[in-house]
Design a protein around this ligand. Structure first.
Ligand SMILES: O=C(O)CCC(=O)C(=O)O
Ligand SMILES: [Fe+2]
Length: 615
Protein backbone atom coordinates (compact mmCIF):
# COMPACT_ATOMS: atom_id res chain seq x y z
CA UNK A 1 0.00 0.00 0.00
CA UNK A 2 1.30 3.35 -0.93
CA UNK A 3 1.71 6.10 1.56
CA UNK A 4 -0.47 9.10 1.04
CA UNK A 5 0.87 12.00 -0.94
CA UNK A 6 0.13 14.82 1.39
CA UNK A 7 0.26 17.38 -1.35
CA UNK A 8 -2.28 15.63 -3.52
CA UNK A 9 -4.52 14.53 -0.77
CA UNK A 10 -4.94 17.89 0.77
CA UNK A 11 -8.66 18.35 1.15
CA UNK A 12 -8.19 21.94 2.04
CA UNK A 13 -9.05 23.69 -1.15
CA UNK A 14 -8.58 27.00 0.54
CA UNK A 15 -6.37 28.74 3.04
CA UNK A 16 -8.21 28.48 6.38
CA UNK A 17 -9.20 31.83 7.78
CA UNK A 18 -7.29 32.63 10.97
CA UNK A 19 -9.91 35.10 12.10
CA UNK A 20 -12.88 32.91 11.25
CA UNK A 21 -11.52 29.86 13.03
CA UNK A 22 -10.38 31.97 15.97
CA UNK A 23 -13.85 33.49 16.36
CA UNK A 24 -15.61 30.12 16.13
CA UNK A 25 -13.08 28.59 18.54
CA UNK A 26 -13.56 31.41 21.05
CA UNK A 27 -17.35 31.16 20.82
CA UNK A 28 -17.10 27.47 21.60
CA UNK A 29 -14.77 28.20 24.53
CA UNK A 30 -17.21 30.73 25.95
CA UNK A 31 -20.13 28.34 25.55
CA UNK A 32 -18.10 25.53 27.03
CA UNK A 33 -17.23 27.58 30.11
CA UNK A 34 -20.82 28.64 30.49
CA UNK A 35 -22.11 25.09 30.33
CA UNK A 36 -19.37 23.83 32.64
CA UNK A 37 -20.47 26.31 35.28
CA UNK A 38 -24.12 25.41 34.68
CA UNK A 39 -23.38 21.70 34.97
CA UNK A 40 -21.43 22.32 38.15
CA UNK A 41 -24.23 24.40 39.66
CA UNK A 42 -26.94 21.98 38.67
CA UNK A 43 -24.93 19.01 39.89
CA UNK A 44 -26.43 17.10 36.96
CA UNK A 45 -23.36 15.25 35.73
CA UNK A 46 -24.86 14.13 32.49
CA UNK A 47 -25.11 17.76 31.33
CA UNK A 48 -21.30 17.78 31.12
CA UNK A 49 -21.60 16.35 27.60
CA UNK A 50 -22.47 19.83 26.41
CA UNK A 51 -19.37 21.69 27.70
CA UNK A 52 -17.13 18.78 26.78
CA UNK A 53 -18.52 18.74 23.23
CA UNK A 54 -18.13 22.52 22.97
CA UNK A 55 -14.55 22.34 24.28
CA UNK A 56 -13.68 19.62 21.77
CA UNK A 57 -15.20 21.68 18.97
CA UNK A 58 -13.12 24.65 20.11
CA UNK A 59 -9.99 22.48 19.92
CA UNK A 60 -10.99 21.45 16.40
CA UNK A 61 -11.38 25.01 15.17
CA UNK A 62 -8.20 26.22 16.90
CA UNK A 63 -6.31 23.37 15.19
CA UNK A 64 -7.39 24.76 11.85
CA UNK A 65 -5.52 28.02 12.41
CA UNK A 66 -1.99 26.65 11.84
CA UNK A 67 -3.13 24.64 8.83
CA UNK A 68 -1.94 25.89 5.52
CA UNK A 69 -3.19 24.75 2.23
CA UNK A 70 0.02 23.39 0.73
CA UNK A 71 2.19 22.75 3.71
CA UNK A 72 0.04 21.14 6.24
CA UNK A 73 0.52 18.57 8.88
CA UNK A 74 -1.70 15.59 8.21
CA UNK A 75 -1.77 14.84 11.92
CA UNK A 76 -3.14 18.26 12.66
CA UNK A 77 -5.58 17.97 9.79
CA UNK A 78 -6.94 14.68 11.09
CA UNK A 79 -7.17 16.05 14.60
CA UNK A 80 -9.17 19.08 13.52
CA UNK A 81 -11.32 16.95 11.24
CA UNK A 82 -12.14 14.54 14.04
CA UNK A 83 -12.79 17.24 16.60
CA UNK A 84 -14.87 19.41 14.28
CA UNK A 85 -16.89 16.61 12.73
CA UNK A 86 -17.24 14.24 15.66
CA UNK A 87 -17.68 16.49 18.71
CA UNK A 88 -21.19 17.56 17.77
CA UNK A 89 -22.29 14.02 18.65
CA UNK A 90 -22.23 15.36 22.19
CA UNK A 91 -24.74 18.06 21.28
CA UNK A 92 -27.03 15.48 19.74
CA UNK A 93 -26.73 13.34 22.87
CA UNK A 94 -27.56 16.30 25.08
CA UNK A 95 -30.80 16.95 23.18
CA UNK A 96 -31.74 13.26 23.33
CA UNK A 97 -31.18 13.10 27.05
CA UNK A 98 -32.88 16.41 27.68
CA UNK A 99 -35.95 15.42 25.72
CA UNK A 100 -36.31 12.09 27.51
CA UNK A 101 -36.12 13.85 30.83
CA UNK A 102 -38.50 16.56 29.76
CA UNK A 103 -41.13 13.98 28.84
CA UNK A 104 -40.68 12.49 32.26
CA UNK A 105 -41.26 15.85 33.86
CA UNK A 106 -44.38 16.74 31.90
CA UNK A 107 -45.86 13.32 32.45
CA UNK A 108 -46.60 13.08 36.14
CA UNK A 109 -46.53 9.30 35.99
CA UNK A 110 -42.78 9.62 36.10
CA UNK A 111 -42.63 11.88 39.09
CA UNK A 112 -41.55 9.42 41.69
CA UNK A 113 -40.75 12.07 44.18
CA UNK A 114 -41.23 9.92 47.19
CA UNK A 115 -44.66 11.06 48.21
CA UNK A 116 -45.55 9.43 51.43
CA UNK A 117 -49.16 10.11 50.62
CA UNK A 118 -51.67 7.40 50.21
CA UNK A 119 -52.61 7.34 46.57
CA UNK A 120 -56.33 7.20 47.05
CA UNK A 121 -56.82 7.51 43.39
CA UNK A 122 -57.49 5.80 40.15
CA UNK A 123 -55.53 5.79 36.98
CA UNK A 124 -57.26 7.01 33.85
CA UNK A 125 -59.25 4.18 32.47
CA UNK A 126 -60.24 2.75 29.18
CA UNK A 127 -63.36 3.74 27.32
CA UNK A 128 -64.98 0.50 28.31
CA UNK A 129 -64.47 1.37 31.93
CA UNK A 130 -65.68 4.88 31.27
CA UNK A 131 -68.87 3.45 29.90
CA UNK A 132 -69.38 1.38 33.00
CA UNK A 133 -68.65 4.41 35.12
CA UNK A 134 -71.23 6.40 33.20
CA UNK A 135 -73.64 3.61 33.86
CA UNK A 136 -73.08 4.24 37.51
CA UNK A 137 -70.63 1.55 38.51
CA UNK A 138 -67.45 2.44 40.24
CA UNK A 139 -64.78 0.49 38.59
CA UNK A 140 -61.92 -0.98 40.51
CA UNK A 141 -59.47 1.39 42.00
CA UNK A 142 -55.88 1.03 41.10
CA UNK A 143 -53.34 2.13 43.59
CA UNK A 144 -51.16 4.68 41.93
CA UNK A 145 -47.61 3.65 42.35
CA UNK A 146 -45.42 6.06 40.45
CA UNK A 147 -42.15 4.25 40.80
CA UNK A 148 -43.32 0.78 41.52
CA UNK A 149 -43.50 -2.29 39.35
CA UNK A 150 -44.50 -2.21 35.72
CA UNK A 151 -46.10 -0.45 34.10
CA UNK A 152 -45.49 2.62 36.20
CA UNK A 153 -41.74 2.34 36.57
CA UNK A 154 -38.75 1.17 34.62
CA UNK A 155 -37.31 1.62 31.20
CA UNK A 156 -40.50 0.65 29.43
CA UNK A 157 -42.75 3.08 31.31
CA UNK A 158 -44.97 4.56 28.63
CA UNK A 159 -46.04 8.13 28.28
CA UNK A 160 -48.84 9.61 26.26
CA UNK A 161 -46.31 12.19 25.07
CA UNK A 162 -44.10 9.68 23.33
CA UNK A 163 -44.80 6.58 21.28
CA UNK A 164 -41.45 5.22 22.44
CA UNK A 165 -41.10 4.97 26.23
CA UNK A 166 -39.25 8.16 27.27
CA UNK A 167 -36.45 6.45 29.15
CA UNK A 168 -35.94 4.21 26.17
CA UNK A 169 -35.83 7.27 23.91
CA UNK A 170 -32.85 8.66 25.76
CA UNK A 171 -31.02 5.37 25.90
CA UNK A 172 -31.77 4.31 22.33
CA UNK A 173 -30.82 7.59 20.76
CA UNK A 174 -27.78 8.12 22.91
CA UNK A 175 -26.68 4.58 21.97
CA UNK A 176 -27.14 5.29 18.27
CA UNK A 177 -25.23 8.51 18.80
CA UNK A 178 -22.38 6.63 20.42
CA UNK A 179 -22.34 4.05 17.61
CA UNK A 180 -22.22 6.71 14.92
CA UNK A 181 -19.60 8.54 16.97
CA UNK A 182 -17.46 5.38 17.04
CA UNK A 183 -17.94 4.92 13.31
CA UNK A 184 -16.66 8.44 12.77
CA UNK A 185 -13.74 7.96 15.13
CA UNK A 186 -12.88 4.80 13.22
CA UNK A 187 -13.13 6.77 10.00
CA UNK A 188 -10.75 9.37 11.38
CA UNK A 189 -8.44 6.63 12.65
CA UNK A 190 -8.34 4.95 9.28
CA UNK A 191 -7.51 8.23 7.61
CA UNK A 192 -4.79 8.83 10.17
CA UNK A 193 -2.95 5.77 8.94
CA UNK A 194 -2.12 7.86 5.95
CA UNK A 195 -2.54 4.85 3.69
CA UNK A 196 -4.02 6.13 0.46
CA UNK A 197 -6.43 3.21 -0.14
CA UNK A 198 -7.76 3.46 3.34
CA UNK A 199 -8.38 7.16 3.14
CA UNK A 200 -11.29 6.59 0.77
CA UNK A 201 -12.66 3.94 3.09
CA UNK A 202 -12.39 6.47 5.90
CA UNK A 203 -14.30 8.99 3.84
CA UNK A 204 -17.08 6.51 3.20
CA UNK A 205 -17.19 5.64 6.86
CA UNK A 206 -17.45 9.29 7.75
CA UNK A 207 -20.35 9.59 5.34
CA UNK A 208 -22.04 6.51 6.81
CA UNK A 209 -21.56 7.79 10.36
CA UNK A 210 -22.83 11.27 9.61
CA UNK A 211 -25.78 9.95 7.57
CA UNK A 212 -26.85 7.52 10.31
CA UNK A 213 -26.48 10.27 12.88
CA UNK A 214 -28.61 12.65 10.80
CA UNK A 215 -31.25 9.98 10.16
CA UNK A 216 -31.65 9.23 13.84
CA UNK A 217 -31.98 12.91 14.55
CA UNK A 218 -34.76 13.19 11.97
CA UNK A 219 -36.56 10.31 13.68
CA UNK A 220 -36.02 12.04 16.98
CA UNK A 221 -37.60 15.21 15.53
CA UNK A 222 -40.72 13.19 14.76
CA UNK A 223 -40.84 12.28 18.45
CA UNK A 224 -40.54 15.93 19.44
CA UNK A 225 -43.36 16.87 17.08
CA UNK A 226 -45.52 14.08 18.47
CA UNK A 227 -44.93 15.22 22.03
CA UNK A 228 -45.84 18.77 21.09
CA UNK A 229 -49.03 17.69 19.36
CA UNK A 230 -50.03 15.66 22.42
CA UNK A 231 -49.23 18.51 24.73
CA UNK A 232 -51.20 21.04 22.71
CA UNK A 233 -54.14 18.64 22.40
CA UNK A 234 -54.33 18.44 26.14
CA UNK A 235 -54.58 22.22 26.17
CA UNK A 236 -57.60 22.55 23.93
CA UNK A 237 -55.41 22.73 20.85
CA UNK A 238 -53.74 25.97 21.74
CA UNK A 239 -49.98 26.35 21.84
CA UNK A 240 -50.27 29.73 23.50
CA UNK A 241 -52.05 28.23 26.50
CA UNK A 242 -49.06 26.01 27.30
CA UNK A 243 -47.19 26.98 30.45
CA UNK A 244 -44.36 29.41 29.73
CA UNK A 245 -41.69 26.86 30.67
CA UNK A 246 -43.08 24.34 28.20
CA UNK A 247 -43.35 26.86 25.42
CA UNK A 248 -39.78 27.91 26.04
CA UNK A 249 -38.56 24.35 26.02
CA UNK A 250 -40.46 23.39 22.88
CA UNK A 251 -39.24 26.45 20.99
CA UNK A 252 -35.68 25.84 22.15
CA UNK A 253 -35.57 22.19 21.18
CA UNK A 254 -37.32 22.87 17.87
CA UNK A 255 -34.78 25.56 16.97
CA UNK A 256 -31.91 23.43 18.18
CA UNK A 257 -33.15 20.48 16.16
CA UNK A 258 -33.63 22.53 13.03
CA UNK A 259 -30.04 23.72 13.30
CA UNK A 260 -28.76 20.20 13.91
CA UNK A 261 -30.63 18.93 10.86
CA UNK A 262 -29.27 21.76 8.68
CA UNK A 263 -25.78 20.86 9.81
CA UNK A 264 -26.36 17.14 9.25
CA UNK A 265 -27.68 17.68 5.74
CA UNK A 266 -24.67 19.85 4.97
CA UNK A 267 -22.26 17.21 6.24
CA UNK A 268 -24.01 14.37 4.42
CA UNK A 269 -23.90 16.25 1.12
CA UNK A 270 -20.34 17.33 1.74
CA UNK A 271 -19.11 13.79 2.43
CA UNK A 272 -21.23 12.41 -0.41
CA UNK A 273 -19.65 14.87 -2.81
CA UNK A 274 -16.21 13.69 -1.73
CA UNK A 275 -12.91 15.49 -1.83
CA UNK A 276 -13.60 17.08 -5.15
CA UNK A 277 -17.02 18.28 -4.16
CA UNK A 278 -18.22 21.82 -4.06
CA UNK A 279 -19.10 22.16 -0.41
CA UNK A 280 -15.65 21.13 0.72
CA UNK A 281 -14.06 23.69 -1.54
CA UNK A 282 -14.95 26.77 0.45
CA UNK A 283 -14.54 27.42 4.11
CA UNK A 284 -17.59 29.68 4.27
CA UNK A 285 -19.80 26.59 4.12
CA UNK A 286 -18.06 25.14 7.13
CA UNK A 287 -18.70 28.33 9.05
CA UNK A 288 -22.22 28.95 7.76
CA UNK A 289 -23.58 25.41 7.63
CA UNK A 290 -21.68 23.68 10.42
CA UNK A 291 -20.29 26.07 13.00
CA UNK A 292 -23.11 28.62 12.98
CA UNK A 293 -26.01 26.14 13.17
CA UNK A 294 -24.30 24.12 15.87
CA UNK A 295 -23.47 27.18 17.94
CA UNK A 296 -27.13 28.22 17.72
CA UNK A 297 -28.20 24.64 18.48
CA UNK A 298 -26.42 24.70 21.82
CA UNK A 299 -26.86 28.39 22.59
CA UNK A 300 -30.60 27.82 22.96
CA UNK A 301 -29.81 26.05 26.22
CA UNK A 302 -28.01 29.04 27.70
CA UNK A 303 -31.06 30.45 29.40
CA UNK A 304 -32.21 27.08 30.69
CA UNK A 305 -28.84 26.82 32.35
CA UNK A 306 -28.91 30.28 33.72
CA UNK A 307 -27.57 30.04 37.22
CA UNK A 308 -30.52 31.97 38.68
CA UNK A 309 -32.85 29.30 37.48
CA UNK A 310 -30.60 26.41 38.16
CA UNK A 311 -32.54 25.17 41.15
CA UNK A 312 -35.68 24.62 39.16
CA UNK A 313 -33.71 23.38 36.19
CA UNK A 314 -32.10 20.80 38.39
CA UNK A 315 -35.42 19.45 39.53
CA UNK A 316 -37.35 19.68 36.40
CA UNK A 317 -35.81 20.49 33.06
CA UNK A 318 -32.59 18.61 33.45
CA UNK A 319 -33.07 16.97 36.78
CA UNK A 320 -31.97 13.45 37.40
CA UNK A 321 -34.69 11.18 36.17
CA UNK A 322 -33.92 8.52 38.68
CA UNK A 323 -35.51 10.28 41.56
CA UNK A 324 -37.10 7.24 43.09
CA UNK A 325 -34.54 7.19 45.81
CA UNK A 326 -35.31 10.73 46.77
CA UNK A 327 -36.60 11.16 50.24
CA UNK A 328 -38.24 14.44 49.50
CA UNK A 329 -41.36 14.87 51.48
CA UNK A 330 -44.80 15.99 50.59
CA UNK A 331 -43.77 19.60 50.54
CA UNK A 332 -41.96 18.87 47.30
CA UNK A 333 -44.95 17.27 45.76
CA UNK A 334 -45.53 20.46 43.80
CA UNK A 335 -42.82 19.30 41.45
CA UNK A 336 -44.98 16.42 40.40
CA UNK A 337 -45.86 17.84 37.03
CA UNK A 338 -42.37 19.11 36.46
CA UNK A 339 -41.55 21.86 34.07
CA UNK A 340 -44.80 21.69 32.21
CA UNK A 341 -47.41 21.38 34.76
CA UNK A 342 -45.92 22.22 38.12
CA UNK A 343 -49.29 22.01 39.78
CA UNK A 344 -49.88 23.96 42.90
CA UNK A 345 -51.38 21.97 45.68
CA UNK A 346 -55.14 22.35 45.37
CA UNK A 347 -57.42 22.88 48.29
CA UNK A 348 -60.65 21.14 49.21
CA UNK A 349 -61.83 24.23 51.05
CA UNK A 350 -63.89 27.02 49.51
CA UNK A 351 -61.44 29.66 48.27
CA UNK A 352 -61.92 33.20 49.56
CA UNK A 353 -63.67 34.53 46.46
CA UNK A 354 -66.80 36.63 46.86
CA UNK A 355 -69.80 34.99 45.23
CA UNK A 356 -68.25 31.53 45.15
CA UNK A 357 -70.00 28.78 47.08
CA UNK A 358 -68.79 25.24 47.19
CA UNK A 359 -70.60 22.13 48.36
CA UNK A 360 -68.18 19.21 48.19
CA UNK A 361 -70.78 16.51 48.76
CA UNK A 362 -74.08 18.01 47.77
CA UNK A 363 -75.10 15.13 45.52
CA UNK A 364 -75.53 11.90 47.39
CA UNK A 365 -74.01 8.85 45.77
CA UNK A 366 -77.46 7.68 44.92
CA UNK A 367 -78.43 10.88 43.16
CA UNK A 368 -75.06 11.02 41.49
CA UNK A 369 -75.31 7.50 40.11
CA UNK A 370 -78.83 8.03 39.00
CA UNK A 371 -77.96 11.11 36.96
CA UNK A 372 -75.00 9.31 35.41
CA UNK A 373 -77.20 6.37 34.47
CA UNK A 374 -79.75 8.69 32.88
CA UNK A 375 -77.12 10.66 31.01
CA UNK A 376 -75.54 7.42 29.87
CA UNK A 377 -78.89 6.20 28.55
CA UNK A 378 -79.25 9.34 26.49
CA UNK A 379 -76.08 8.46 24.58
CA UNK A 380 -74.77 12.01 24.24
CA UNK A 381 -71.23 10.84 24.05
CA UNK A 382 -69.52 8.32 21.93
CA UNK A 383 -67.49 6.25 24.31
CA UNK A 384 -65.96 4.03 21.74
CA UNK A 385 -62.85 5.60 20.32
CA UNK A 386 -63.42 3.97 16.93
CA UNK A 387 -67.03 4.89 16.72
CA UNK A 388 -68.00 7.88 14.64
CA UNK A 389 -69.41 10.82 16.43
CA UNK A 390 -73.03 10.22 16.97
CA UNK A 391 -75.72 12.52 18.08
CA UNK A 392 -78.78 11.95 20.08
CA UNK A 393 -81.90 10.90 18.28
CA UNK A 394 -83.91 13.66 19.79
CA UNK A 395 -81.64 16.31 18.42
CA UNK A 396 -84.27 18.98 18.78
CA UNK A 397 -83.97 18.92 22.49
CA UNK A 398 -80.54 17.51 23.04
CA UNK A 399 -78.48 18.50 20.04
CA UNK A 400 -74.77 18.13 20.39
CA UNK A 401 -72.70 21.24 20.83
CA UNK A 402 -71.69 23.07 17.70
CA UNK A 403 -68.29 24.09 19.00
CA UNK A 404 -69.20 27.75 18.69
CA UNK A 405 -69.20 28.33 22.37
CA UNK A 406 -66.70 30.47 24.21
CA UNK A 407 -64.22 27.66 24.10
CA UNK A 408 -63.86 24.81 21.76
CA UNK A 409 -64.53 21.29 22.80
CA UNK A 410 -65.18 18.56 20.37
CA UNK A 411 -68.73 17.25 20.06
CA UNK A 412 -67.27 13.96 21.22
CA UNK A 413 -66.86 15.34 24.69
CA UNK A 414 -69.41 18.11 24.96
CA UNK A 415 -73.17 18.24 24.66
CA UNK A 416 -75.42 21.25 25.04
CA UNK A 417 -79.02 21.13 26.06
CA UNK A 418 -81.34 24.07 25.72
CA UNK A 419 -84.72 24.68 27.24
CA UNK A 420 -86.84 27.24 25.51
CA UNK A 421 -88.62 29.59 27.81
CA UNK A 422 -88.93 27.02 30.52
CA UNK A 423 -91.06 28.72 33.10
CA UNK A 424 -89.29 28.46 36.38
CA UNK A 425 -92.54 27.67 38.07
CA UNK A 426 -92.75 24.51 35.97
CA UNK A 427 -89.84 23.24 37.93
CA UNK A 428 -91.46 24.62 41.03
CA UNK A 429 -94.69 22.95 40.03
CA UNK A 430 -93.02 19.59 39.59
CA UNK A 431 -91.42 20.19 42.92
CA UNK A 432 -94.74 20.97 44.50
CA UNK A 433 -96.27 17.89 42.91
CA UNK A 434 -93.70 15.83 44.66
CA UNK A 435 -95.57 15.89 47.91
CA UNK A 436 -93.95 12.79 49.29
CA UNK A 437 -91.06 15.03 50.30
CA UNK A 438 -88.47 12.39 49.53
CA UNK A 439 -87.39 14.57 46.71
CA UNK A 440 -85.50 13.00 43.95
CA UNK A 441 -86.38 9.43 44.75
CA UNK A 442 -90.01 9.79 44.03
CA UNK A 443 -89.66 12.35 41.27
CA UNK A 444 -89.80 9.55 38.78
CA UNK A 445 -93.36 8.83 39.78
CA UNK A 446 -95.35 9.19 36.61
CA UNK A 447 -95.89 12.82 36.07
CA UNK A 448 -97.33 13.61 32.65
CA UNK A 449 -96.71 17.30 33.19
CA UNK A 450 -93.01 16.75 33.83
CA UNK A 451 -92.80 14.37 30.87
CA UNK A 452 -94.39 16.94 28.64
CA UNK A 453 -92.02 19.48 30.04
CA UNK A 454 -89.06 17.23 29.31
CA UNK A 455 -90.14 16.74 25.73
CA UNK A 456 -90.73 20.38 24.96
CA UNK A 457 -87.72 21.61 26.83
CA UNK A 458 -85.03 19.80 28.69
CA UNK A 459 -84.87 16.06 28.99
CA UNK A 460 -86.56 14.74 32.04
CA UNK A 461 -83.41 13.87 33.90
CA UNK A 462 -82.22 17.48 33.59
CA UNK A 463 -85.45 18.86 34.95
CA UNK A 464 -85.21 16.43 37.82
CA UNK A 465 -81.63 17.35 38.52
CA UNK A 466 -82.45 21.06 38.55
CA UNK A 467 -85.36 20.32 40.81
CA UNK A 468 -83.15 18.36 43.15
CA UNK A 469 -80.53 21.10 43.24
CA UNK A 470 -83.21 23.62 43.94
CA UNK A 471 -84.48 21.61 46.87
CA UNK A 472 -81.12 20.93 48.40
CA UNK A 473 -79.62 24.37 47.88
CA UNK A 474 -82.71 26.14 49.15
CA UNK A 475 -82.40 24.00 52.27
CA UNK A 476 -78.82 25.14 52.92
CA UNK A 477 -78.57 27.57 55.81
CA UNK A 478 -78.55 31.21 54.76
CA UNK A 479 -75.23 31.81 56.42
CA UNK A 480 -73.69 29.27 54.07
CA UNK A 481 -75.61 30.35 51.01
CA UNK A 482 -77.26 33.77 51.29
CA UNK A 483 -80.88 34.01 50.29
CA UNK A 484 -80.20 36.51 47.51
CA UNK A 485 -77.81 34.04 45.87
CA UNK A 486 -80.37 31.23 46.19
CA UNK A 487 -82.92 33.48 44.54
CA UNK A 488 -80.49 34.43 41.84
CA UNK A 489 -80.08 30.79 40.83
CA UNK A 490 -83.66 29.75 41.51
CA UNK A 491 -85.84 32.82 41.02
CA UNK A 492 -89.38 32.47 42.17
CA UNK A 493 -90.86 34.64 39.48
CA UNK A 494 -90.21 35.51 35.88
CA UNK A 495 -89.46 33.30 32.94
CA UNK A 496 -86.16 31.58 32.80
CA UNK A 497 -84.61 29.51 30.15
CA UNK A 498 -82.05 27.00 31.27
CA UNK A 499 -79.06 25.83 29.36
CA UNK A 500 -76.97 22.84 30.31
CA UNK A 501 -73.54 21.88 29.11
CA UNK A 502 -72.24 18.41 29.64
CA UNK A 503 -68.48 18.16 29.49
CA UNK A 504 -66.81 14.79 29.45
CA UNK A 505 -63.16 14.73 30.43
CA UNK A 506 -61.04 11.67 29.83
CA UNK A 507 -57.76 11.19 31.54
CA UNK A 508 -55.76 14.37 31.73
CA UNK A 509 -57.96 16.58 29.57
CA UNK A 510 -58.56 20.15 30.64
CA UNK A 511 -60.63 23.17 29.80
CA UNK A 512 -59.20 26.53 28.83
CA UNK A 513 -59.58 29.24 31.40
CA UNK A 514 -62.64 31.39 30.67
CA UNK A 515 -65.50 33.50 31.94
CA UNK A 516 -68.84 32.11 30.79
CA UNK A 517 -70.26 34.40 28.11
CA UNK A 518 -71.48 37.50 29.88
CA UNK A 519 -73.97 38.56 27.23
CA UNK A 520 -75.52 35.15 26.91
CA UNK A 521 -75.72 33.68 30.37
CA UNK A 522 -77.20 35.17 33.50
CA UNK A 523 -75.54 35.36 36.88
CA UNK A 524 -75.58 32.25 39.05
CA UNK A 525 -73.94 29.20 37.50
CA UNK A 526 -73.93 25.71 38.92
CA UNK A 527 -71.13 23.27 38.15
CA UNK A 528 -71.87 19.69 39.12
CA UNK A 529 -69.14 17.04 39.07
CA UNK A 530 -69.63 13.36 38.36
CA UNK A 531 -67.18 10.47 38.31
CA UNK A 532 -65.88 7.56 40.36
CA UNK A 533 -66.13 8.26 44.06
CA UNK A 534 -63.05 9.92 45.52
CA UNK A 535 -61.97 11.15 42.09
CA UNK A 536 -62.33 14.60 40.71
CA UNK A 537 -60.46 17.39 39.09
CA UNK A 538 -58.82 20.64 40.00
CA UNK A 539 -60.44 23.84 38.91
CA UNK A 540 -58.15 26.81 38.61
CA UNK A 541 -59.67 30.19 39.34
CA UNK A 542 -57.65 33.14 38.15
CA UNK A 543 -58.11 36.84 38.71
CA UNK A 544 -56.72 39.62 36.54
CA UNK A 545 -54.66 40.70 39.54
CA UNK A 546 -52.69 37.47 39.20
CA UNK A 547 -54.33 35.72 42.14
CA UNK A 548 -54.90 32.05 41.54
CA UNK A 549 -56.84 29.50 43.55
CA UNK A 550 -56.86 25.79 42.88
CA UNK A 551 -59.94 24.01 44.11
CA UNK A 552 -60.44 20.27 43.99
CA UNK A 553 -63.90 19.35 42.73
CA UNK A 554 -64.68 15.80 43.85
CA UNK A 555 -67.41 13.81 42.20
CA UNK A 556 -70.72 14.69 43.79
CA UNK A 557 -69.68 18.28 44.41
CA UNK A 558 -71.51 21.39 43.30
CA UNK A 559 -69.83 24.72 42.76
CA UNK A 560 -71.86 27.88 42.50
CA UNK A 561 -70.37 30.90 40.75
CA UNK A 562 -72.09 34.22 41.24
CA UNK A 563 -71.26 37.92 41.18
CA UNK A 564 -67.50 38.50 41.48
CA UNK A 565 -66.71 34.80 41.14
CA UNK A 566 -68.76 34.58 37.97
CA UNK A 567 -67.67 37.84 36.30
CA UNK A 568 -64.24 38.74 37.64
CA UNK A 569 -62.59 35.36 37.95
CA UNK A 570 -61.78 33.02 35.13
CA UNK A 571 -62.26 29.34 35.70
CA UNK A 572 -60.63 26.48 33.87
CA UNK A 573 -59.26 23.01 34.31
CA UNK A 574 -55.53 22.53 33.85
CA UNK A 575 -54.81 19.57 31.61
CA UNK A 576 -52.83 17.06 33.62
CA UNK A 577 -53.08 13.48 34.69
CA UNK A 578 -52.58 13.89 38.39
CA UNK A 579 -53.71 16.56 40.80
CA UNK A 580 -52.05 17.33 44.08
CA UNK A 581 -54.63 17.95 46.72
CA UNK A 582 -54.25 18.93 50.32
CA UNK A 583 -55.77 16.26 52.46
CA UNK A 584 -59.05 17.20 54.09
CA UNK A 585 -58.14 15.59 57.43
CA UNK A 586 -54.54 16.61 57.63
CA UNK A 587 -53.72 19.88 55.81
CA UNK A 588 -50.01 19.09 56.06
CA UNK A 589 -50.52 16.04 53.94
CA UNK A 590 -50.76 16.12 50.15
CA UNK A 591 -52.50 13.47 48.12
CA UNK A 592 -51.71 12.77 44.48
CA UNK A 593 -55.03 12.03 42.87
CA UNK A 594 -54.96 10.64 39.37
CA UNK A 595 -57.61 11.99 37.07
CA UNK A 596 -60.24 9.59 35.92
CA UNK A 597 -63.29 9.99 33.74
CA UNK A 598 -65.25 13.05 34.77
CA UNK A 599 -68.54 14.40 33.61
CA UNK A 600 -69.46 17.92 34.54
CA UNK A 601 -72.90 19.35 34.13
CA UNK A 602 -72.99 23.13 34.03
CA UNK A 603 -76.38 24.64 34.62
CA UNK A 604 -76.96 28.23 33.63
CA UNK A 605 -79.81 30.54 32.76
CA UNK A 606 -79.94 32.27 29.41
CA UNK A 607 -80.28 36.03 29.47
CA UNK A 608 -83.55 37.26 27.99
CA UNK A 609 -83.33 36.90 24.22
CA UNK A 610 -80.00 35.11 24.37
CA UNK A 611 -81.63 31.80 23.58
CA UNK A 612 -82.39 33.14 20.11
CA UNK A 613 -78.81 34.12 19.42
CA UNK A 614 -76.74 31.60 17.59
CA UNK A 615 -79.42 29.02 16.96
O1 LIG B 1 -66.13 21.08 33.78
C1 LIG B 1 -66.32 22.00 34.55
O2 LIG B 1 -66.49 21.83 35.73
C2 LIG B 1 -66.30 23.39 34.01
C3 LIG B 1 -67.26 23.59 32.90
C4 LIG B 1 -67.38 25.02 32.54
O3 LIG B 1 -66.73 25.87 33.05
C5 LIG B 1 -68.34 25.43 31.52
O4 LIG B 1 -68.98 24.57 30.91
O5 LIG B 1 -68.46 26.64 31.28
FE1 LIG C 1 -67.46 27.85 32.54
Amino acid sequence: MSQIDYGQYTVLKYQPSDTGNLIVGILYVVLSLWFFVAAFLSRAKWTLVLPIGAAASAVGFFCRIPLTRYDMSLGLYIVQQMFVVISPAAFFAFNYALFGRWIQTIDPRFSGTGHSSSYASTLPRSDVELASSLAGHDSDKHQYDPMGAQPSGGLMQKSRFSFIPPRLVTRAFVCSDIVTFIVQVAAGGIQATGVQDLVNVGDKLFLAGVAAQGASYVLFSVLITYALVQLVRGRQGSFSSLPAASKKFVIAIALSSLMIIIRSVYRIIEFAQGNDGYLVSQEKYLFGLDAAPLIIAISVWISAHHHHKIASVDDSLIGDADRSGSDRGDADAGQCGGVDEQPQVASRQTPPIAGLFFFPALLSREVHDRVLAQVSDCGYFSLDADEDERGSDDTETTGLGDGKDAYDRSPRNQAMLFARLLPCNAVGQADADNKAGTGYDSAEADDPAADAQACSGLPRWAVELIQHLRQTLMAVADDQLPLDVKQLVFPTSGMLSRQLILNLYRGGEGLASHVDLVNRFADGILLCSFGPSGCGTVMELTHASGKVHQLFLPSGSVLLLSREARYEWKHGIPARSIDLVRSADDPGHVEAIARSIRLSITIRSMLPGADIVGE
